[in-house]
Design a binder for this molecule. Structure first.
Ligand code: CA
Ligand code: CA
Length: 224
């Protein structure tokens, strides 16, 4: 084979082996003990940022009720972090005894999103994260920006991105969690809106709604 054919062949093999399939996954890390502190430093997940693409995002409750002790939704993007493992006022969480709820993040304009990173911290069942993530560019036909629970957002113009679950298979579930939703292509896509469909982590008692401390959106940077 002539060497000049190799780049073409290589690109063909690449296309055949990894077609442009949208298959986002998530990574997560968990800090326990002294590693769980106000710095939110993880071994494999980047720490929360103050200057990420969600810093000025507008958050809107779609369904469910926030707990009376929860911070406003804006605490998810304020870049501030709890300093203690049980600090309700520095976290967003749905009402005690409820099954969770939905909220929407508006980034003001569509951006190419590389990662959606979510952070939580609690000594027990309010530590792990369990949610479904959907996204929309904004111009989808019949896009419903506020689909209630019971309505599959994917039938209302939203694109399903991933189901995030950091629930341990056994043992204690408390700790500090960092999650990163991403795609092997480097981009989750170009979106203005994100929808978070959040679920309780357990049903043994009323205290299973996650203490979400921050949600970062990392824009994919394009080299000029
Ligand atoms: Ca942030
Ligand atoms: Ca925060």
């Amino acid at each position: 084979m002539r060497l000049t054919c190799l780049p073409l062949l290589a690109s063909f093999i690449c296309l055949a082996a990894s077609p442009c399939v949208f298959n986002p996954t998530f990574l997560f890390d968990r800090n326990l003990g002294a590693a769980a502190n106000s710095e939110f430093k993880f071994k494999t997940i980047s720490s929360p940022r103050k200057d990420d693409a969600a810093a000025n995002a507008k958050l809107t409750l779609i369904d469910g009720e926030l707990d009376g002790g929860s911070a406003d939704l804006s605490a998810l993007v304020d870049g501030r972090l709890p300093s203690d493992e049980d600090e309700p006022g520095a976290n967003v969480f749905f009402n005690a005894g409820s099954s969770g709820g939905r909220f929407r993040m508006d980034l003001d304009k569509p951006i190419d999103i590389a990662q959606v990173n979510s952070y939580s911290w609690h000594p027990n069942s309010r530590g792990p994260q369990l949610y479904k993530l959907y996204a929309a560019e904004g111009s989808e036909p019949q896009l419903d920006l506020a689909p209630k629970r019971g309505i599959d957002p994917a039938t209302r113009g939203w694109k399903f991105v991933a189901t995030v679950s950091t629930l341990p298979q056994s043992g204690e579930d408390g700790g500090q969690y960092g999650v990163s939703v991403r795609d092997a292509s480097g981009s989750l896509g170009r979106y203005r809106y994100l929808l978070f469909d959040c679920y309780v982590t357990e049903l043994y008692d009323n205290w299973g709604n996650t203490f979400y401390s921050e949600i970062d959106v990392i824009e994919r940077l394009h080299k000029p």
